[in-house]
Design a protein around this ligand. Structure first.
Ligand SMILES: Nc1ncnc2c1ncn2[C@@H]1O[C@H](COP(=O)(O)OP(=O)(O)OP(=O)(O)O)[C@@H](O)[C@H]1O
Length: 359
């Protein structure tokens, strides 16, 4: 397992990035357009050279501007998977996957066998003899994943891997990536716009804004207690970690009823997610209702234009009207009930939540 350290300044892009990734950790890189997310991946891949910087993977120096080290991209043991599959158009799927093993000196037969093994791992064996133009977007992305893995990278970097796929293909690729990242304990960076991807695939989140890493923490912390403007915009999401049951989630706070993702199996690590706007606030415990009710203590009231975000201990939040705040006499320290309908709660598989959500 391999850790990564990046410190790099690129003046022409107004980027000055600092990031450390521990071995076996999957870090989702979130941030607005033009923030420097792709630049970060390109720096690590060796496609962009910093004006000043030091990049180290598994203790091996890949870039160091002071000593003039700049290991070329193909010698870095990193794989970069882009939005588009970018397969070699003249090679079959198997030929594409065999490319790296062949380049590393493997015989044609052995490289072909290796390619078939990886195609099988990504459930694309049946497309082995097809050319890229005979593949759908999702099939091509599977082949691209196999090709990236066949090179035996010590670091996997994914740049919006689901963004170019249609909504039907994205969940299957997401769960494939989850299996690959989780089972193999890979060190990986994942650039995404989608907090759900972060939740499903990553154990940590780094937020990049205006060329800087402005926030880095566990998925739970960043999505529930955001410290940067970008994270605050995408977050505010209520997120409860636990394990899947037949009708929801078993969590420390008790059973959370909700709509469970098809791909979740009972006992899986998962997170229940719901919007603050779906939460109603009561002073008394509501009775005889099939809803979820959590007894919480209000910690903070945050005015957000026409609504007020009521934050509570434990990271939950409700979005209510100023009139409701007045009617319920809400203030920090108030003990209230947050109530949410099961239909508003979505239970998604989560990557390593026991570790990721607690530390
Ligand atoms: N090839 C390039 N040459 C010069 N500047 C570039 C180049 N690519 C990107 N930039 C600039 O570098 C900055 C960071 O861009 P980058 O592509 O890393 O952002 P990003 O966070 O990946 O954005 P997006 O989410 O839109 O892909 C931006 O100001 C961008 O205009």
């Amino acid at each position: 397992m391999t850790g990564l350290r990046v410190r790099a300044r690129v003046d022409a892009r107004s980027v000055d990035l600092d990031l450390e990734v521990s071995p076996g950790s999957v870090v989702a890189i979130l941030g607005p357009n033009g923030a420097g997310k792709s630049t970060l991946l390109n720096l690590v891949a060796g496609l962009v050279q910093p004006d000043d910087g030091h990049i180290e993977l598994g203790g091996r120096v890949l870039t160091d501007t002071e000593t003039g080290v700049a290991v070329p991209p193909h010698r870095r043991s990193v794989a970069l998977l882009a939005q588009q599959a970018l397969l070699f158009p003249h090679l079959t799927a198997a030929g594409n996957v065999a490319f790296a093993p062949r380049s590393a000196g493997m015989s044609r037969g052995a490289a072909h066998a290796e390619a078939l093994r990886w195609l099988e791992a990504v459930e694309a064996l049946e497309f082995a003899d097809r050319k890229p133009h005979q593949l759908s977007g999702g099939q091509a992305q599977r082949v691209a994943i196999a090709r990236a893995l066949a090179a035996g990278p010590r670091l996997l970097m994914l740049d919006e891997p689901m963004a170019a796929l249609d909504v039907a293909a994205a969940p299957a690729i997401r769960s494939l990536l989850r299996r690959i990242l989780r089972e193999e304990q890979r060190t990986a960076l994942l650039v995404t716009h989608d907090p759900l991807d972060a939740l499903a695939l990553a154990d940590r989140v780094a937020v990049v804004e205006s060329g800087r890493v402005v926030e880095h923490g566990t998925v739970r912390d960043v999505l529930t207690r955001p410290r940067s403007t970008f994270a605050a915009r995408i977050a505010g999401t209520n997120l409860i970690a636990g394990t899947v049951t037949s009708d929801g989630l078993h969590a420390e706070v008790g059973t959370v009823r909700g709509v469970v993702d098809d791909e979740c199996v009972e006992g899986d690590a998962a997170a229940a997610v719901f919007a603050p706007a779906a939460v109603a606030v009561y002073v008394e415990e509501p009775h005889g209702s099939p809803r979820n009710a959590f007894e919480v203590i209000v910690t903070e009231l945050e005015v957000r234009g026409a609504t007020v975000l009521v934050r509570a201990a434990g990271g939950l939040a409700a979005e209510v009207t100023p009139a409701a705040v007045a009617d319920l006499a809400l203030e920090p320290g108030s003990k209230v009930w947050f109530v949410v309908k099961a239909a508003e709660v979505h239970v998604h598989g989560a990557a390593l939540p026991e570790r990721a959500m607690r530390d």
